[in-house]
Write a protein that binds this ligand. Sequence first.
Ligand SMILES: [Zn+2]
Length: 641
Amino acid sequence: MKKFVLVGCMISVLGSLAAQKPKSDYPIAQRLASYKSFTLTTDTLALTAAEKTCLVHLIKAAEQADRIFWKQTYMDKEKALGGIKNDTLKRFMELNYGPWDRLNNNESFVKGVGEKPLGVNFYPPVFDPSTVDSIFYPELFSPYTVVRPFNPQMPKGEGQDGPKEPKKPEGQEPGNGDMMPPDFQLQGAAGAGFDLQPIPSKSGTASMATQRFGTVYQKEVFKMVDEMNRAAEAIQEEDPNFAMYLRERAGAMMSDDYIHSDVRWLEQRSHLDIIIGPIENYEDKLYGAKTSYEAYVLIRDLEWGKKLDKFVAMLPELQAGIPVEAAYKPAIASAPEPKFDEMGNPMPVEDLGPIEKPGFPPIPRPAAPMSQLAVFDVVYYGGDCNAGSKTIAVNLPNDETLQTYFGTRRSQLKNAMQAKFDNMVVPISKELINPKQRKYIDFNGFFSNVMFHEVAHGLGVKNLVTDSSITCREALGANYSAIEECKADVLGLYMVTQLWDKKELEGSLENYYITFVASVFRSVRFGAASAHGKANMITFNTLMKAGAVTRDDKGFYTVNMQAMRKAIDALAAELLRLQGDGNAAGVEAMLSGRAQVGTSLQQDLARLEKANIPVDLVFDQGIETLGLGHYYQESNMQQRP
Ligand SMILES: [Zn+2]
């Protein structure tokens, strides 16, 4: 069970938004220059007319997810940026989705703005679950609700003509006005057309309430659903199965019930794709429970897909070979061969009766998980995945029950990966890697490492070894993400080693290991505010301690191949035991001991700063960037005369 502690956050209320000014001592121009701009494109000639029309509506839907993320993490985008005269500040604020520098431990860069609230707009400023019967109100920690203080104010006319149609105070829905939204009022209570759930305090009166995302962000959700449905219409004839997914996903946005559409998504092999909805929990640094909206609009690389199917088929064998006690590597059933009809649409999975898990909808169980590895070009990033460090590979869905029965899809985002490799990994290796080893740095090694990182999320243990009803995520709370990312890095490298030994991978093992180490420096720069940043610090410090990586007095790093192999195995086993035992104290100790940047690394990172190596990318993207503006206009004229 979760242990709740009293957590208060210092919130400094902004004065007039129009007066926002940069902190005089914050190097905003310099920080902004550390982002390299990159244009997201794809070969639009390879798309049919219907696909182009579908694509523009998908991008429009994704733009709404982006808007909701602004509200979740800070406030309405227009309100946040509207009054800013200083262009540098405006741009920096835009790419950080607020006044806190995401790649510098969330330091505030706007005058008068205090620390970033750990629970952003998901929870009230001072949130103390111990004052309410949270055990009886699981919606407090639902991934899809907002929690607010509840003000049991009776609406006028109550008791005379029955409950009135709810009316929200103008501009005061959560996230839509000031930095911290006001309390919920009873006028939005359950039974009056809203899904507000008042939660009584232990003394009896309601003190808190939750409301579903679909209601809180209704305005954006309606627009998003409309665009998804129009995208479905456009592609209906060419790819009815994808159209069906789009419609189901649109329905899920309304009900905040994502399980069915996640299953449908796992079956997709469509040329176009979209990942959209409240998905990752990185932004909830208070309890790691709430999810943020994001969207990726994708175009599948069909050739790469075939190569990758082969590696997924090897997962059960690779899991069995992990150098750790058997309890920490439960057997993985081998994936069934996907079956397709004459039209190339996936055939329904075999019905083995519903999954029996409390709270889980009665979905038929497939014969085995449908895990999929896929490569895409991204043409649009919106919301959470576009904030701070840009995601170049993504493993979804996150629901553990879905993962167990249906598997996951690991999506490699190839155009974004190539951009990061060229603009960051190569220049970093020129500054920090032993000149004799630099020749091993290559894109194939980088691409494979990231790919196997994603595969490795599917390896290891999901539930506690001692009590399978508790997931490792539940047991480790907010620290889970960093440990899980570190596990994926290290087990990914373990897989590379295994496959290279079996002659399944090209190049030399040096290509993979040395490119991995160069990439660790890249990710350490994300800082301790990021799960990936912490994960890479643990890896770096562990490899240094084991002598797998050494630093000479010129500040160049050398990889010791034999010691690397051993260190990877040892760290993998250590992480799997921490997860499988739900050892929260052990995880704390690991984070405080090893997720730190030492003095010499600090100096080396400063060298990267001096060399003007970009910290991350910022995307030029959208319908106009793709040259498809007229498709949106034409589609609008046809569908809405
Ligand atoms: Zn990961």
